[in-house]
Design a protein around this ligand. Structure first.
Ligand SMILES: Cc1cc2nc3c(=O)[nH]c(=O)nc-3n(C[C@H](O)[C@H](O)[C@H](O)COP(=O)(O)OP(=O)(O)OC[C@H]3O[C@@H](n4cnc5c(N)ncnc54)[C@H](O)[C@@H]3O)c2cc1C
Length: 441
């Protein structure tokens, strides 16, 4: 079940919203200031518009990002964050631009005087907060900042920065005195705050009421667990094969949830997940008490086949990437008339090739192609040695028209990049290669 606006419409809405403050300033009829002041004001207006829009493409609002996919949405969020930080830095510099080249000392004195002025206080606070938010995001992995703590801080500081920036615009902004732009800033700030309240207060309460519980937890390979969720109503969760859920096990803060692809098939009243031990939460997954509550926010994601897909399907999985691929495989197997289906699945060792019996059984029953690869250690039945290279992908595509095939790829990012490049070389159109990333930072 894919929700959300068409990607082109989202892109158009984004562009219109990003340009609206500048267009309103131009239309205000105010006489133009000196060039450097106009440049500074323009940078400030554009940066504040982008800052408020950041709350809309946080990846949690399915109406906006449902069809775009979380990794693409997060890439835009990240690039926009860096761009707006640069604009915010240039915003005060533009006002002192002319003497900056001829008399840097004078320019610096002018800049310091401007920043120290009492009426500029909220602007300076917004600038500092924004730089902290962007720097912490860029350095998070390197400084070992726990993901969930960083995420809560990111949102809180981001909203505080936006509030101070709006206060700055309303307090000293020339064009922001006009009613339309005031309305944009105040309305935008209210919507930004609402997006956070919706995601981390209203929705978690609603999701917790759905009554999902841990029904089973079992080891399925070294570092791998299968977690099955159930709920008393036994009502299947509507989702499309390949989508994922945000899960919060036990009593967790509203912002403390993790994304996991659904491995079970749509229509099944139970939800199954394949979880690889990666960090704080996933290393403790084996000790989840049976019957404990789980908050489920789903479905999310755009890693799905088109409804009524007629083309041949090539599924490619590496490691934990088997989770959404298994859901797709099971879904295709449940369809009375699926076209050609081939699965290429690689793992580090044979014990990490999960669900081998089920995959082999379905392949035999439905005539699906199954190509298994193992990197190291002893081989298992049906597997060959090596990575997911051109040889195995060519073998999997044998007899299929690459132009009439869609590929669904999930696994470690370097593997996905290599597989996508190889599939293109083998004649598949880039638009027919879809992938799901498990890391987007
Ligand atoms: C769309 C999607 C689907 C995924 N599906 C699966 C799956 O089916 N099976 C599986 O084993 N793993 C999956 N993952 C990866 C899984 O979410 C992380 O391994 C898990 O959240 C790590 O949590 P942790 O507390 O154990 O590790 P931590 O030590 O907290 O984090 C380890 C790394 O995991 C990532 N991470 C942690 N928390 C989050 C979060 N809330 N949002 C995004 N990234 C986070 C960060 O890159 C972090 O550096 C998926 C990720 C995404 C984005």
């Amino acid at each position: 079940m894919r929700r959300g606006l068409p990607p082109t419409l989202v892109a158009v809405l984004f562009l219109v919203a990003a340009c609206a403050p500048l267009l309103l300033a131009i239309a205000s009829g105010e006489p133009p200031e000196a060039v450097q002041a106009e440049l500074g004001i323009g940078l400030g207006l554009a940066a504040l518009g982008l800052m408020l829009l950041q709350f809309a493409h946080s990846g949690r609002l399915e109406t906006l990002s449902g069809r775009i996919g979380i990794d693409r949405t997060m890439r835009v969020h990240r690039s926009a964050g860096i761009a707006l930080a640069a604009m915010v830095l240039l915003h005060p510099l533009a006002f002192v631009a002319p003497p900056l080249l001829t008399n840097p000392e004078l320019a610096l004195r002018g800049l310091m005087g401007m920043l120290r002025a009492e009426r500029m206080q909220s602007g300076v606070i917004a600038l500092v907060l924004l730089l902290v938010v962007v720097a912490a995001s860029l350095a998070r992995g390197r400084i070992g900042f726990a993901y969930q703590r960083w995420r809560a801080l990111h949102a809180a500081l981001g909203l505080a920065a936006a509030a101070f920036a709006v206060d700055h615009a309303l307090g000293v902004g020339l064009y922001s005195e006009a009613a339309p732009l005031r309305a944009v800033w105040l309305g935008g700030l209210a919507l930004a705050a609402f997006a956070l309240v919706w995601t981390w207060a209203i929705k978690p309460i609603r999701d917790a009421r759905a009554g999902w519980r841990v029904a089973a937890v079992a080891p399925i390979g070294p570092d791998y667990w299968e977690v099955v969720l159930d709920r008393p109503s036994r009502t299947p969760l509507p989702f499309a094969a390949g989508q994922f859920a945000w899960l919060a096990f036990g009593r967790r803060a509203p912002w403390d949830d993790n994304p996991f692809s659904i491995a079970s098939v749509p229509g099944d009243p139970r939800l199954a997940f394949i979880i690889r031990e990666a960090g704080d939460l996933t290393r403790r997954i084996g000790s989840l008490p049976l019957g404990s509550a789980v908050r489920v926010d789903a479905p999310h994601g755009a890693f799905v086949l088109d409804p009524g897909e007629r083309r041949s399907v090539l599924l490619v999985a590496g490691g934990a990437g088997i989770a959404p691929i298994l859901s797709l495989w099971r879904d295709l197997a449940a369809r009375p008339a699926a076209g050609a289906v081939r699965l290429v699945y690689g793992a580090w060792t044979a014990e990490r090739l999960l669900y081998r019996d089920e995959l082999a059984r379905t392949a035999a029953e439905r005539g699906f192609g199954l190509f298994l690869r193992v990197d190291e250690g002893p081989l298992c039945a049906g597997a060959t040695r090596g990575i997911l290279d051109a040889a195995i992908l060519r073998e999997a595509l044998a007899g299929l028209d690459p132009k009439a095939t869609v590929a669904m790829v999930c696994g470690p990012t370097p593997m996905m990049l290599a597989v996508a490049a190889t599939l293109e070389r083998l004649g598949m159109p880039p638009g027919a290669i879809r992938y799901e990333r498990f890391d987007y930072d």
